[in-house]
Design a protein around this ligand. Structure first.
Ligand SMILES: [Zn+2]
Length: 647
C-alpha cells in the first residue's frame, strides 16, 4: 500500500482505546521490518521508492557514454566508483595510506592544529566542528562557528550513563575500536591499548560537552567573541594555524557554541601525548572512510553501528548505500535529475493552495487563543505573515563544475566532494545570507522550518502519496501533507522557534505574562510525553522532544481547521467515514510503522522526534475534536484527563 487505505486499519480495535492500532493495525501486521532496516514505516516505504527512482537514474548515468553532460558524468562515475566492491577490496588500505602517513609523521603537538584543519577540509571529523551559519542576533549576517564534536558514539550520554544497557554498549564499542585497529594492521595487544586510548579521550570530550536538551536553548549555545580570543580560551591549541589551514576567508568575529568544551580541549591537549592524539585521529580517519574501505571494515562497522546500536539484521545492499552517498555528496546534481523525472508544476500549485489554507488556519488559531494577550497576539501575527515557503526544489541549482569525479577513485571522490562543500560553507563567512539555499536535497522524505530564515521548506520527495495524493479527497490530504505543513508552521512558535522574531533574530517579542502562560502549557506537553515508555526502562525525553511534540499537536489542530474551512462542516461520508474521521485516520496512517527495540532506545536518546505510535496517540489524547469525531468517552485512554494545549 502506498496510498491512504481503509484496509490498513484494524477495525476490530477501539479507536478510543488505541487509535494508532485502529488506524494502522492491519498495515503493521502485513509489513514486518525488512532485515536491512532499523524500522519500517510509511516514511521508509516512500524513501525506499524514491531510492529506486534514484537507482534507475544512477544506473543510467553510470553508462560510460561520451555524450553525458557534466552533472551526469559526475553522479554516474561517483556511483560507479562506489559500486565497484571488487576494486575496493583489491586496493585495501592503499588509498588511505597518504593520510595515515601524514598523521604518523607529525613531529609535535603544535602540528595538530594544521592536521585537523586539513582533515576537516576533506570531511574527516575529529575534536570539534568548524563552519558557518547565520548569526542568532543578526540573521542577515553569516558568521564563523565553532561547535563541540569528536565522539564516535551517538551522544555524550552514551559515555556517561551507568545503566546496564549503556555499560554494555560501551563495552561493545571498545571491542569495535579494537577490531578496527586490528583490521588496520595493529597486533591484538596494541589494538587493545589503542581502543582504550580512544575511549579515554572521547569520554573526556563527552564530559566537556553540553547535553542535547540544553543545546535546544539558543541562548546557551550562543557565545560570540573575537577570533583572537580563542587563543585565550584555549591557548594550547594553535588556532592561527588551524584557521589558516581551513582556508577560510579572513574574519574577526566567531560564535562559539559552548566555550567550556574548548576549555576541556585545552586541558586535554596538555595532558594527552602526541601518540595518543594520533591514535584518536587515526580512529576517526578509519571510521569516516569505512564506506570506501574493503568489505572486512564494512562488516565490522555494521556489526556495531547497525546491529548493536539499531538492531538491524543485515547490511543494506551496496546499491542502496551508494545511492545515499551520492545524495549526500552531490545532492543537487542528483536531485535535479530526480525533479525532472518526478515533479510537475501541477503539484506545486496545489501544494501552495494548501500552504495558504494552513497559514489562514494558524492565523485564526492565534486570534482565538484563550491564554494570549492582544499585544503578543499582534506580534505573533506579524511573525506568521512573514513566514515564506519553498516548495519542491531550489530555484538555483548548486554548481559542481569544480568537483573532479573519477570513476576509479571512490575515496578521492569523497574527499573532493567534501572539500568542495567545506569551502562552500566557509566562503559564506562575512557574506549576506542566501535565502534561496536549501538545507535538504529534493528527494528527501521530510520537511523543515528554519527559525533564522523564518521559512518552511518541502522537498519534492515528500510531496507524494501517502502524504500528498491528487487522487484523494481533501480530508486525506489535510490529514497527510496538511498536517506536515501545520507542523512546520507551528515550529515557528514552539519553545525554540518562539524565541526568534519575524526577521529570524533571537529577540524576545513576548510579554512576561504570555511567556509564563506559554511555559506552563509547554510543561504539560513535556510531562505528558515523558510518561510514555517505548521499551523496558526507556522513556521518551519530554524536554528533548518538546518542540516536535508541540508542532505535532498544533499541526494537527490547524490542519483540521484548514480542512473544515475548505470543505465546510457538512462534508460527505466516504468509505463509511465522516471527513473528520478520514482526516484523523489519514494522519494516523502517515505514521504506521514497525520498530526494533534497539532503534527505539537509540531514538529516545538522540532524536528530538517521538516514536511514531506516540506521535499519533500523544496528539489525539489532547484533542476534543478527535474525541467528538469518534464519540470517545471520559475515562477512555484516548481522552486525557487534563488535555495539554499550547497552540
Ligand atoms: Zn518538526
Amino acid at each position: 500500500m502506498t496510498h491512504f487505505d481503509v484496509k490498513a486499519m484494524d477495525k476490530t480495535a477501539d479507536p478510543c482505546k488505541n487509535f494508532y492500532q485502529y488506524a494502522c493495525g492491519s498495515w503493521m501486521k502485513a509489513n514486518p521490518i525488512p532485515p536491512d532496516q532499523a524500522h519500517w514505516g510509511r516514511f521508509d516505504e516512500l524513501a525506499e521508492r524514491n531510492r529506486e527512482t534514484l537507482h534507475q537514474i544512477l544506473e543510467e548515468a553510470a553508462k560510460p557514454n561520451p555524450n553525458r553532460d557534466a552533472d551526469t558524468q559526475k553522479i554516474g562515475d561517483y556511483y560507479a566508483a562506489c559500486m565497484d566492491e571488487k576494486a575496493l577490496d583489491a586496493k585495501g588500505l592503499a588509498p588511505l595510506q597518504p593520510e595515515l602517513d601524514r598523521l604518523k609523521n607529525l613531529k609535535d603537538k603544535g602540528e595538530l592544529a594544521a592536521e585537523i584543519a586539513h582533515l576537516h577540509r576533506i570531511g574527516i571529523g575529529s575534536l570539534f566542528d568548524f563552519g558557518s551559519g547565520q548569526d542568532f542576533k543578526d540573521s542577515s549576517l553569516v558568521v564563523a562557528q565553532l561547535d563541540q564534536s569528536g565522539l564516535g558514539l551517538p551522544d555524550r550520554d552514551y559515555y556517561l550513563k551507568d545503566d546496564p544497557k549503556s555499560v554494555e554498549i560501551r563495552q561493545k564499542y571498545v571491542t569495535h575500536l579494537q577490531r578496527m585497529f586490528e583490521l588496520a594492521g595493529d597486533k591484538p595487544e596494541e589494538a587493545k591499548a589503542h581502543a582504550a586510548t580512544v575511549m579515554k579521550i572521547e569520554t573526556d570530550l563527552a564530559k566537556g560537552s553540553l547535553d542535547r536538551v540544553s543545546r535546544r536553548d539558543p541562548e546557551k549555545i550562543y557565545h560570540p567573541m573575537k577570533k583572537a580570543e580563542m587563543s585565550t580560551l584555549a591557548p594550547n591549541f594553535q588556532w592561527a594555524q588551524y584557521f589558516t589551514g581551513t582556508r577560510a576567508p579572513g574574519f574577526d568575529a566567531i560564535v562559539v557554541s559552548w566555550p567550556d568544551f574548548f576549555k576541556t580541549v585545552n586541558t586535554m591537549i596538555q595532558s594527552t601525548s602526541l601518540d595518543d592524539w594520533k591514535t584518536y585521529i587515526k580512529w576517526h580517519i578509519l571510521h569516516s572512510e569505512v564506506p570506501v574501505l574493503p568489505t572486512t571494515f564494512l562488516k565490522e562497522n555494521f556489526d556495531f553501528y547497525g546491529k548493536t546500536l539499531s538492531g538491524i539484521e543485515e547490511m543494506r545492499p551496496r546499491w542502496k548505500r551508494c545511492v545515499d552517498y551520492t545524495d549526500q555528496q552531490l545532492g543537487e546534481a542528483l536531485g535535479k535529475k530526480y525533479v525532472e523525472k518526478t515533479f510537475g508544476a501541477e503539484g506545486k500549485e496545489r501544494m501552495l493552495k494548501m500552504v495558504h489554507a494552513l497559514e489562514n488556519a494558524m492565523g485564526q488559531d492565534i486570534e482565538k487563543l484563550p491564554w494570549m494577550t492582544p499585544t503578543t497576539k499582534k506580534e505573533a501575527m506579524v511573525k506568521l505573515r512573514a513566514i515564506t515557503n519553498k516548495i519542491g526544489y531550489p530555484e538555483k541549482w548548486r554548481d559542481y563544475s569544480s568537483v573532479v569525479i573519477k570513476r576509479d577513485d571512490p575515496m578521492g571522490n569523497g574527499f573532493r566532494s567534501d572539500e568542495f562543500e567545506f569551502q562552500r560553507q566557509v566562503d559564506k563567512i562575512g557574506k549576506p545570507v542566501d535565502r534561496l539555499e536549501w538545507g535538504m536535497t529534493p528527494p528527501t522524505v521530510n520537511a523543515y522550518y528554519d527559525p533564522q530564515m523564518n521559512n518552511i521548506n518541502f522537498p519534492a520527495g515528500i510531496l507524494q502519496p501517502p502524504f500528498f495524493d491528487k487522487t484523494m479527497d481533501d480530508a486525506v490530504n489535510f490529514g497527510g501533507i496538511g498536517m506536515v505543513i501545520g507542523h512546520e508552521l507551528t515550529h515557528g512558535f514552539d519553545d525554540e522557534g518562539r524565541q526568534f522574531d519575524p526577521k529570524g533574530n533571537l529577540k524576545d517579542w513576548w510579554t512576561d505574562k504570555d511567556a509564563k502562560e506559554f511555559e506552563q502549557r509547554a510543561a504539560c506537553v513535556a510531562d505528558e510525553y515523558s510518561s510514555f515508555e517505548v521499551a523496558k526502562g526507556a522513556h521518551i525525553n519530554g524536554k528533548l522532544t518538546l518542540g516536535e511534540n508541540t508542532a505535532d499537536n498544533g499541526g494537527a489542530r490547524i490542519a483540521l481547521m484548514a480542512l473544515l474551512n475548505t470543505i465546510g462542516m457538512t462534508g460527505k461520508q466516504i468509505d463509511g467515514m465522516t471527513p473528520e474521521q478520514r482526516f484523523f485516520v489519514s494522519f494516523g496512517q502517515i505514521w504506521c510503522s514497525n520498530e526494533r527495540e534497539e532503534a527505539l532506545r537509540l531514538q529516545v536518546q538522540t532524536d528530538p522526534h517521538s516514536p511514531p505510535e506516540f506521535r499519533v496517540n500523544g496528539v489525539v489524547q489532547n484533542m476534543p475534536e478527535f474525541q467528538k469525531a469518534f464519540s470517545c468517552k471520559v475515562g477512555q485512554p484516548m481522552v486525557k484527563n487534563s488535555a495539554c494545549r499550547v497552540w
